[in-house]
Every structure is written in structure tokens, then in C-alpha cells.
Design a protein. Sequence first.
Length: 202
Amino acid sequence: MQLPPFPDGYVLKAPRLNLRPPHEKDVDELWPHVTDPRLTTFLAWEPHKSKQETLGMILSLKEAHIHGKGFHWIARHEKEVIGVVSLIDVRRTHRSFVWNRAELAYWTRVDHQKQGYATEASEAIVRFGFDALGFHKIIVYNATDNPSSGKVAEKLGFRPVGIEQEAFCKEGQWHDLQHYEMLHHEFAITRDKYSQLVGVSG
């Protein structure tokens, strides 16, 4: 499918947030937050040790975005970086299969968690994913010992599918993953209710 032009076609707004693709100039603002070990407990990456590492992450996210392999947004509130929301693990086709699916992923800086920002930003991204990027399904995984992340998916109307036991190991500990999903037609049914979610904690 024809993707929106990068980066202007991906600039989004939510009631309290502005969302746009990452840029190299975001390094200094992201840096203090991506070094926080409290943030990365359930993320697939370790706290950053240098700004060069953060720059490398940004360049990787941009490259994936440009080629439609993953879509990433910096979320800002009053010009202050709040976190990052992404559609990752994009699968369009495989041989004779059509997938058109992606995984919603999000993180909010530690000092701005439980203020509804993750839910608000994710709502805008889910809407864009179905409406502009043509996804048939969006899924969410969260570690069961990180229930606040799962609450975001539930508030957005994602359907619980099941639990994958010992799905990943980090720092010697195995974690279970709760699996949620939403189909395009399910989003179409609930989309008018999405505006009511703004401001809830998550």
C-alpha cells in the first residue's frame, strides 16, 4: 500500500499531546530518560550508556519508519518529551498469506507515568494504524508482572487472548506475556468511544 509521506504525513495530535516521528535533535531530551533502569525493566533494551547509543536508536527507528518496517512517534506534552509509542513487528505478507498486522508498543518516562499519557498517545496511534496504515489487526503484549501496561490495552478495548508462559528472560528471570489483540472491524465498532478515554490513568 501507499504509505503517507515521511515525516509530515505522520504528525498527529491528541488532546494533550503532539506526536511526530523521531529526529536526531531529540537525543538530548530522550537521553536522561533512556538511561533510567526503572524504565527498561520490561523493555527489550538496556539503559543507554551514551548519547551515541541514543542517536543510534533514533536513526534505527527512522530507518524502519521510512521503509515501513515499524512506525515510531515521540510524544510531547507542552514541548516536553513524555515517551515513545510505536507500531513494531509489522507483517504485511508472507508467501501466499496476507497479514497486515503490527504490535503496539509504548513507554512513558518514569516521572510521567499513571497520568493517562500512554493511553492517550496509543489511542491516536491505533486510530492511525487502522485508518492510514491499513492494518487488519493490532496486537499488544505486556509482561504479567507489569499490570499497568496491560491496563492501557484494556482501556483501549483490546481483547485478551491468553498468556504465553515464560515468553522471555531478562537478567536471569523468566516473564509471562499477556496477549491482547484488536481487529479492524472491532475498532470500527468502538472508535466513537475512544474520545472518552482521554484523561484516564495509564
